[in-house]
Design a protein around this ligand. Structure first.
Ligand code: G3P
Length: 229
């Protein structure tokens, strides 16, 4: 089914169960990331949130599944984080970087809860998150590109800074806000541990015009072979 030990791991960035099932069927999925926007996009309701996250975690047994806290205080993040983590052993608590999140990360780590620090846009943010005990840091690439900056260059700085000090067993870098196969290639070349990719971009990664051209030629030639038989 799914692999856990790939060099650069592929996560899927979605809250859509059918998309997760499709990516799982490929045998190369190593985790799932969600956020409030992704949950909203599938029409998710507050009353169903915990059951939905539990369903994803059970579907992806043994793989990290990030469920984001929407609390705004450290106390709230700690309480919600502990609760989310209690839903399934593979749930990782996602927190948006900030003072409250650093405090909550430190406390949650002490309780054995893994944190994925999100909305990372700079090396100091990533280093502070890792120092507070975040198991994952999620630098966003596409949103830098959206404002005319170079998301991959920014990712490179963050990867170099974090990898100077942290082994993957301590803190892994999840390349997030991935939109294109180019982002995936560059994340791999930079040595990011993980890329979390929406299904559409994963499908784009799979395709290449020369593959399609080659397949059409194989099929046409095989028809000649079978016609001669
Ligand atoms: O993992 C974070 C990701 O969901 C953000 O992606 O495309 O909204 O920038 P995007």
């Amino acid at each position: 089914m799914a692999r856990e030990d790939t060099s650069m791991k592929f996560f899927i960035d979605t809250a859509d169960i059918s998309e997760i099932k499709k990516a799982l069927s490929w045998g190369c999925l190593a985790g799932v990331t969600t956020n409030p926007s992704l949950y909203s996009r599938i029409g998710g309701k507050l009353a169903d949130f915990e059951a939905h996250m539990t369903k994803i975690a059970q579907l992806c047994e043994g793989l990290p599944v990030s469920a984001e806290s929407t609390a705004t205080t450290a106390e709230g993040m700690i309480e919600e984080g502990k609760h989310l983590a209690s839903l399934a052993p593979n749930i990782v608590v996602k927190l948006p970087i900030g003072e409250a999140a650093l405090e909550a990360t430190h406390a949650l780590k002490a309780e054995g809860v893994n944190v994925n620090m999100t909305l990372i846009f700079s090396a100091p943010q990533a280093l502070l998150a890792a120092a507070a005990g975040a198991r994952y840091v999620s630098p966003f690439v596409g949103r830098f590109d959206d404002i005319g900056d170079d998301g991959i260059a920014q990712l490179g700085t963050i990867v170099s800074a974090v990898k100077n000090y942290y082994a993957p067993e301590q803190c892994e870098i999840i390349t997030a806000s991935v939109r294109t196969p180019y982002h995936v290639t560059q994340a791999a070349l930079l040595g990011a541990d993980i890329a979390t990719v929406p299904l559409g971009a994963l499908e784009k990664c799979l395709r290449h015009p020369l593959t399609e051209q080659g397949l059409a030629a194989f099929e046409a030639d095989w028809k000649k072979v079978t016609a001669e038989a």
